[in-house]
Design a protein around this ligand. Structure first.
Ligand SMILES: [Zn+2]
Length: 448
């Protein structure tokens, strides 16, 4: 199904007319130079995201071959555009999905049966709490209260209302063989990556008790079976935590010819959540090949127009595992972050009619930057609102390090972290409109 946005046909005609007018006349910029203001080509941005969400990039999870291929592709494109490109490495620990995913429920007695549950339909992996994968067999025990006692060796079946991440270690210590948790939010078709570790730290991996999440229906089925008689669970989690090297890509446009002292950073994360045990990928077209595609088009426009200001383009890695790339960058920035502006782009151009958000962490400079970006997007006919404090995107570590930092995000969750997040659900015309608005805003912000 396709929904249309406000920038579709009629508004789009007006927008094109404006671009044609703008490109047909020479504009005198603040520096007194003659410049020819062109916009962003939404089709080009879309071609980039289509490339990065393709088969060979295999979901771009940090540390993988697909992630390195994506980085190589972006490195070459930026260099070709005339940027000086460098890489910044850091340590990360990511949750791979390369073991068995098994959940079998056996009932005994005369009507005894074995039911195999379906991965990504009835259950999924759980990175929260960093419990490494593995197998468990044991009698199912439906926990009646968070601190209830249970026989050692049980596979605990826990309702969403009783689950707390902090309670899990206690259940493991009390001898649970495995844990089946009803999902309170999200969906079994999704693939999360964050293990819940504090920002800028590595997840502390726990062994010995596999954890799986259940759909509401699967939880109800298993709980009902347990109340009817003894149930045995055989389970395996595919999760394996592994230490990897994350790599940010930093590209410098030295537009003023002097020392590289950017006042603007255009940012987007290029990593995504990888693959399933069967090798099928999470394409991550909206999240966040779209932001990377648009940021690359913006970078190419700065170079095309030989904008006489320093601009940094930062493609971060490891956003999906806890903003690790952004944290690493902010911890050792190659130029001062105080007083500079950061526009992070994360999920743009969905065909869904979702209102755009301009997120910030809430500091005055970031909120003011956010209001300016919101105004620029609204003037281009895009439905948008400012929201703060929202610290869960890559702008946050840079804001904490002194920058005015915002994220532009169309938070459409219909395909969020699902295998259906493909390029076909992203609208080139919308990318064009958002790109034009951001490019004009950024040039005005820099005084060019
Ligand atoms: Zn994501």
């Amino acid at each position: 199904m396709r929904q249309s946005g406000p920038w579709e046909k009629p508004a789009r005609g007006i927008l094109l007319a404006v671009i044609v007018l703008a490109t047909s006349c020479l504009v005198r910029n603040a520096n007194g130079n003659i410049g020819n203001i062109e916009g962003i080509d939404g089709n080009a941005a879309h071609a980039t995201l289509e490339e990065l969400s393709g088969e060979r990039y295999a979901g771009r999870i940090t540390g993988s071959a697909g992630n390195a291929l994506a980085r190589g592709y972006l490195y070459a494109r930026l260099e070709q555009a005339g940027f000086a490109v460098s890489t910044i490495e850091f340590s990360d620990r990511v949750a791979l999905n390369d073991g068995s995913a098994v959940l079998e429920i056996s009932t005994s007695g005369s009507a005894g049966s074995v039911t195999a549950c379906a991965y990504r339909v009835d259950f999924r992996e759980v990175p929260r709490g960093a419990y490494d994968g593995g197998r468990a067999d044991g009698p199912a025990f439906v926990l009646p209260a968070r601190d209830a006692e249970f026989p050692r060796g049980s596979v605990l079946v826990v309702a969403a209302a009783l689950y707390r991440q902090e309670a899990v270690d206690g259940w493991a210590a009390a001898g649970a063989a495995g844990l089946l948790v009803e999902l309170s939010e999200g969906d079994t078709s999704q693939r999360p990556l964050w293990a819940g570790q504090p920002p800028g730290t590595l997840a502390v991996v726990r062994h010995g008790m596999p954890v799986l999440a259940l759909s509401r229906e699967a939880y109800a089925r298993i709980a009902a079976a347990v109340s009817a008689g003894p149930v045995t669970v055989r389970m395996a989690s595919p999760l394996r935590f592994t230490d990897v090297t994350g790599t940010n890509l930093l590209a410098a446009w030295n537009g003023d010819g002097g020392a590289f002292t950017p006042r603007l950073v255009v940012m987007a994360h290029y990593d995504h959540v990888g693959t399933d045990p069967d090798g099928s990928r999470f394409p991550g077209a909206l999240d966040n090949a779209s932001g990377v595609g648009l940021a690359l088009s913006l970078a190419e426009a700065f170079a095309r127009d030989r904008v006489r200001a320093d601009v940094a383009v930062l493609f971060t890695d490891s956003e999906e595992s806890g903003l690790a790339g952004s944290h690493a960058f902010a911890a050792a920035p190659p130029f001062p972050l105080t007083g500079i502006s950061v526009v992070n782009i994360d999920m743009v151009g969905s065909r869904a009619d979702t209102t755009y958000s301009v997120y910030s962490s809430g500091g005055q400079a970031s909120v003011l930057l956010g209001l300016d970006v919101e105004k620029a997007l609204r003037a281009a006919g895009i439905k948008v609102k400012s929201e703060y404090p929202v610290p869960s995107l890559d702008h946050d570590p840079l804001a904490r390090a002194g920058a005015a930092a915002v994220s532009v995000c169309e938070y459409d969750t219909t395909r969020y972290h699902r295998k259906t997040d493909t390029a076909g659900f992203i609208d080139p015309a919308e990318l064009d409109a958002v790109g034009d608005a951001l490019y004009s805003f950024m040039r005005a912000h820099l005084g060019f």
